[in-house]
Ligand binder design. Structure first.
Ligand code: NAD
Length: 251
């Protein structure tokens, strides 16, 4: 018996990387998935991959910073599949890698807008839809940069913000049947990371050497943690940032 049969899930940033892996894993476990992304082509590829495995998915074009789009994304889950049980708020960008004093206010706003406001808007519409049904589980994508100062300032601030928002939502809505947790990946080989490795090929060896497991993660390894947090196996786990970083933080 699949773990998520009859569940309905939305995944933002599902057109690539971690979001795509999460959408595929949720569908493999039996959930019907709303694949949400600003990238129409990437989203369509994810739906195709899910359907080719016999899963159920539909694409919705969403800019997570646009409140109207986010409301329509949740409406699509309810109208297409009859409710909402699981949400993975995952869309994010890295932004400019420059030191803090060289960051622009526009760049700051862009990163905070997608990575943090996008998660806030997602939960604002997902929680009422879940409360309307039998409750639900939300997983927000933070990062190890949400737990330590290890990255560009806007990115680190946005990911720390996701952890705070996760804790507050967990406290406010636990007694209405909604659990809220975050996943904090280390370095994952997704298009986001491949783009920066293309710019700095010399970084590959250094990053690999730093890893206690001697390698970077694959997106599916983060998706497995998302599925666990979303499933009833994590029924008493609420308000936590879960590091999935191969032991990096143990150093
Ligand atoms: P990715 O670039 O492969 O995928 C990100 C997806 O988000 C893309 O499909 C993109 O189109 C979408 N997106 C961007 N802006 C959007 C918007 N405004 N509205 C809707 N969708 C939008 O990146 P990834 O590595 O899979 O990253 C996914 C999440 O994981 C991000 O939040 C990222 O910060 C986080 N993360 C990644 C790593 C890593 O090493 N790759 C580590 C820690 C955390």
């Amino acid at each position: 018996m699949s773990r998520l049969t009859n569940d309905v899930a939305v995944v933002t940033g599902a057109g690539s990387g971690i979001g795509r892996a999460s959408a595929e894993r949720l569908a493999n476990e039996g959930a019907s998935v709303v694949v949400a992304d600003i990238d129409v082509e990437g989203g369509a590829e994810t739906v195709e991959a899910i359907e080719s495995e016999g899963g159920t998915a539909t694409f919705v074009e969403v800019d997570v910073t646009d409140e109207d789009d986010v409301r329509k994304m949740v409406d699509a889950a309810v109208e297409t599949y009859g409710g909402l049980d699981i949400a993975h708020n995952n869309a994010g960008i890295e932004g400019d890698g420059a030191p803090l004093v060289e960051q622009s206010a526009e760049g700051w706003e862009e990163v905070l807008g997608i990575n943090l406001t996008g998660v806030f808007l997602g939960m604002k519409y997902e929680i009422p839809a879940m409360v309307e049904g039998d409750g639900g589980a939300i997983v927000n994508t933070s990062s190890i940069a949400g737990l330590s100062g290890d990255g560009p300032a806007p990115y680190v601030a946005s990911k720390h913000g996701v952890v705070g928002l996760t804790r507050q939502a967990a406290v406010e809505y636990g007694d209405e049947g909604v659990r809220v947790n975050a996943v904090c990946p280390g370095v994952v080989r997704t298009p986001m990371v491949e783009r920066s490795l293309e710019e700095h090929p010399e970084a590959v060896d250094q990053i690999t050497e730093e890893q206690p497991l001697g390698r970077m993660a694959q997106p599916e390894e983060i998706a497995d943690a998302v599925v666990w947090l979303a499933s009833s196996e994590a029924s008493f786990v609420n308000g936590h940032p879960l590091p999935v970083e191969g032991g990096l933080l143990a150093r």
